[in-house]
Ligand binder design. Structure first.
Ligand SMILES: O=C(O)CCC(=O)C(=O)O
Length: 274
């Protein structure tokens, strides 16, 4: 694809490798954003059994999430197979293949107080490996104050930090005390290399599954913030079945993929290869 050639330069790939997050301006065209808009609306009209409300009842807005609906959502499916994202993920990960892991819907209505606490994604997952890439794709304009932020270079540490539930900060995945805690970044923001971008539809943010990231609410913003996320795995990623319920929950297929083997399964198709 011409736009992939012109936008994904060696320096963009290096930025991804060094910082663990990169913003690619206008990677997506109008038709691709429209496809996502239809897909998101269909998803919100027909939420899956995995749909959840991630904000409190007394919030002035609302934060909702859904997961793994691409097989029932023709617009998501078309986007995943036909947009440049899988190829871009492959280039950023320096992988010869790009395998779909899952899709994730994240909608914050205008004036949502609920923050997304700082976290890494991989400790919630059922995978091992380093070649990973998630896309965070807003279909509404997002201001710098409500955008997803990253601690530049934090993926390189490759140390897993304690995953907790977003609302009650419970340790549901690893027992208390078994992993280091995420520092209180917002207490001393100057001490961290925080990066983040305001977004116009068409822009995408790609990030590594070990990069520390978080977002504020949408307080003071008139926009709702509808985000479609699609996540890809590269050559070195293997299945790591857990004794706990991962997020998203893949326990129904736990025994269908050998532990330590590639994620070969119809739920995780290879979308792009060199
Ligand atoms: O959209 C958000 O607020 C959080 C996104 C996030 O944590 C993710 O995509 O992994």
């Amino acid at each position: 694809m011409e736009r992939v050639k012109s936008l994904i330069t060696e320096s963009v790939i290096q930025e991804y490798q060094d910082n663990g997050a990169v913003c690619i301006r206008q990677l997506l065209n109008h038709d691709e954003i429209e496809l996502l808009r239809q897909g998101v609306e269909q998803n919100l009209r027909h939420p899956s059994a995995r749909f959840k409300i991630a904000s409190r009842d007394d919030d002035t807005g609302k934060f909702v999430e859904d997961f793994c609906t691409w097989q029932d959502n023709p617009d998501y499916k078309r986007f995943i197979y036909q947009s440049p994202c899988a190829q871009v993920a492959g280039l950023l990960m320096k992988s010869s293949t790009s395998r779909l892991y899952h899709d994730h819907l994240l909608v914050k209505e205008a004036n949502t107080k609920q923050i997304t606490p700082w976290h890494q994604d991989q400790p919630y997952y059922n995978i091992d490996g380093f070649q990973t890439c998630s896309f965070w794709i807003p279909i509404d304009p997002v201001s710098r104050s409500s955008t997803l932020e990253f601690i530049s270079g934090s993926h390189r540490n490759s140390r897993w930090l304690m995953p907790r539930t977003f609302m009650n900060m419970e340790a549901k995945w690893f027992p208390e005390g078994t992993l280091d805690e995420i520092p209180n970044i917002d207490e001393d923001r100057q001490a961290y290399p925080i990066i983040g971008w305001d977004i116009q539809p068409g822009d995408v943010v790609a990030f590594h599954m070990l990069t520390l990231h978080g977002a504020r609410g949408t307080i003071g913003n008139e926009n709702r913030r509808r985000v479609f996320s699609v996540r890809f795995l590269g050559d070195d990623v293997t299945h790591a079945p857990r004794t706990w319920v991962t997020s998203p929950d893949f326990s129904d297929i736990k025994d269908e993929i050998p532990a330590g083997g590639p994620m070969d399964h119809p739920r995780f198709p290879i979308i792009w290869k060199t």
